[in-house]
Write a protein that binds this ligand. Structure first.
Ligand code: TGC
Length: 389
């Protein structure tokens, strides 16, 4: 029997993964080590999204990982989760790209689009040759998308869209935007090529989180699209929420990647850094911090894996995704902040990852449902009483 690496996998959770899952995990881990880690500090400092990585990520199978057909990789939910875990160990901004492209934009087309829409967009998006974005949130409608004021009205055979969206990932470099708008028949989704007259995307800058990705304001001023731009399979808010379920699921895993990287940075530092004549890892308070991180990462990974196995089995309900998103992001922020304290003053230097992860995770805790929203989704599930209405 091989000796477990207690510092890296205390509970031996690798034993819960198949050989194929481990091989895929390691492939993504190697990609992060060679293509993300060497430059992430530069991208973060310069607030640059490395768009040139998109085709590489496509070739690896990171875009639309869980989708099948139309050039998509067709992997399991657990494999998608493992990819999110490893990419977010590199940086939440890069995992956000994977989520926006695959879980939001591609899922909307895959789940709700016509054959023609799928054939047009999914192969290049899976290959990273076309970028998608997902326009749901608005300046005045964040936690409550039902308050959206963007409208789409018929004009002859066309649709004309007017309104504004905010915090939309990748919009300024996207080729196509999935725009959710209010119509006479309720909320509907539209595929809007971003070159369409009246469509403008402006990056929100400067930001203190997610600096290696792009979030935008979108304005839609009389944007005219043809009748076949509508996603026929999505009617009402259930459409965008179905896509959000996918993105929230990925976050459950991804947050643990950021936490693991922060922990490993703190452990490495604590073993090297000497104060009072010995490594700071020898101090009881440091050991307690490291042990608390190991406890919470182990629990968070178990939650992620259990939810992933339920998703693959087809038994997962959205309220259970809220359990994972709320728990794992909250936990990951606490771990990243605690890891920063072990690094002392050096912890605020960009050279070390924990504070970058902590800043990014402020974004992660807010998008795809805030802590408060997921708390109240769970509260409604266990009491039967909605706090929203
Ligand atoms: P309500 O208005 O009553 O329900 C609307 C309809 O949606 C259904 N639904 C869901 N369906 C599937 N999965 C879910 N998770 C669903 N949640 C709701 C619901 O059954 C109903 O269907 P129908 O057929 O009866 O009309 O809304 P609610 O009371 O169910 O939900 C309230 C609340 C607060 C939980 C919900 O509004 C919510 O989750 N708010 C958070 C919104 C959010 O996560 N926003 C983030 C958007 S992300 C984004 O825009 C870009 S971030 C990524 C990037 O681009 O970088």
């Amino acid at each position: 029997m091989s000796t477990p690496d207690l510092a890296r996998d205390y509970l031996g959770l690798d034993a819960l993964l198949s050989d194929a899952e481990l091989a895929w995990r390691d492939t993504v881990r190697d990609f992060v080590a060679t293509r993300i880690r060497p430059d992430i500090r530069k991208w973060y400092e310069q607030a640059t999204f490395p768009a040139e990585l998109a085709p590489e990520m496509g070739r690896l199978g990171l875009l639309g990982t869980h989708l099948s057909g139309y050039g998509c990789p067709g992997r399991s939910a657990v494999e998608y989760g493992l990819a999110a875990l490893e990419v977010e160990a590199g940086d939440s901004g890069l995992r956000t790209f994977v989520s926006v492209q695959g879980s939001l934009a591609m899922t909307a087309i895959h789940r709700f689009g016509t054959e023609a829409q799928k054939e047009r967009w999914l192969p290049p998006m899976a290959a990273g040759e076309a970028i998608g974005c997902f326009g749901l949130t608005e300046p005045e409608a964040g936690s409550d998308p039902g308050g959206m004021t963007t409208t789409a009205r018929r004009d002859g055979d066309d649709w004309v869209i007017d309104g504004a969206k905010r915090w939309i990932g990748l919009a300024s470099i996207a080729d196509v935007a999935v725009i959710w708008a209010r119509t006479e028949d309720g909320v509907r989704g539209f595929l809007v090529p971003t070159g369409t007259a009246g469509f403008t995307a402006t990056p929100i800058e400067p930001k203190l989180a997610m600096r290696a990705s792009i979030q935008c304001d979108i304005t839609l001023a009389g944007v005219r699209v043809p009748a076949d731009a509508i996603l026929p399979g999505a009617a009402g808010l259930r459409g965008p929420f179905t896509c959000l379920n996918e993105a929230r699921y990925g976050i459950i895993w991804g947050a643990m990647g950021a936490a693991r990287d922060a922990y490993e940075a703190a452990l490495g530092y604590a073993l090297e850094r000497r104060q009072f004549g010995k490594p700071i890892a020898s101090f009881q308070l440091t050991q307690e911090k490291l042990v608390d991180m190991v406890l919470e990462i182990g629990k968070g990974l178990l939650v992620a894996l259990h939810i992933g196995r339920m998703k693959d089995a087809g038994t997962l309900v959205p309220e259970q995704i809220s359990f994972g998103k709320l728990n794992n992001v909250r936990t990951a922020i606490a771990i990243a902040r605690q890891a920063r304290t072990i690094l002392g003053g050096n912890g605020v230097a960009l050279e070390y990852s924990p504070m970058r992860h902590a800043s990014n995770l402020e974004g992660v805790r807010t998008y795809e449902g805030t802590d408060e929203v997921h708390t109240l989704i769970m509260g409604r599930a266990i009491t039967g009483i909605s706090a929203f209405t």
